[in-house]
Write a protein that binds this ligand. Sequence first.
Ligand SMILES: *Cc1c(COP(=O)(O)O)cnc(C)c1O
Length: 228
Amino acid sequence: MPGPGADPAVSQWDAIRTRIARAARDSERDPATVALVAVSKTYGAESIAPVIAAGQRAFGENRVQEAQAKWPGLRATTPNIDLHLIGPLQTNKVRDAVALFDTIETLDRPKLAEALAAEIARGGRRPRLLVQVNTGAEPQKAGVLPEDADSFIARCRDLGLAIDGLMCIPPAAEQASPHFALLATIAARNGLATLSMGMSADFELAIQLGATHVRVGSAIFGARHDGP
Ligand SMILES: *Cc1c(COP(=O)(O)O)cnc(C)c1O
């Protein structure tokens, strides 16, 4: 437990962990089955280091280049960091992403699946892979459409990719619960165990609906100034 005068992000991190455990127990789930991915995008190493020191190991970043600048240094002090890519991945960044990230949550199109399969076969690392589903079918948002998810997952498996689960970002202006429930349904019928869903505003609801990973940024590190 952080003492008085603790880093504000560490205090908030601790409060989020308490809320995650409570939400899990309220749904009769073991709190150990819900992982917190602390979303550190836009925050510098000096803001992240105290949260690592407090014991957090899983972090989310949305840009390959930003993560490349921050994480090798942070990892040098703590080897067992679990770094998640939660933003769109361009095919020309696949080599760098496979080298840096432990989980890529944003696999969302055949070209990217092919590039990842080629890079992994080339002898690169083998990050865990989640397919991003655009549950709200928003034109501006990444992710496969819900009706295309089954065939896309099958296509990935044909390419030799092991898919661990699914990720979604519900439309900001809608109730999140139907989107979380839809993601859980698609995962179940495809035999996928990992569900990355829920952010600062709705992670408790996501846990009720089966999230195994919640991605929480601003509720730990404070408001960002990077748009929506
Ligand atoms: C920024 C981001 C988050 C964290 O959002 P908060 O509302 O700050 O918790 C989660 N998931 C994705 C994909 C993000 O880009």
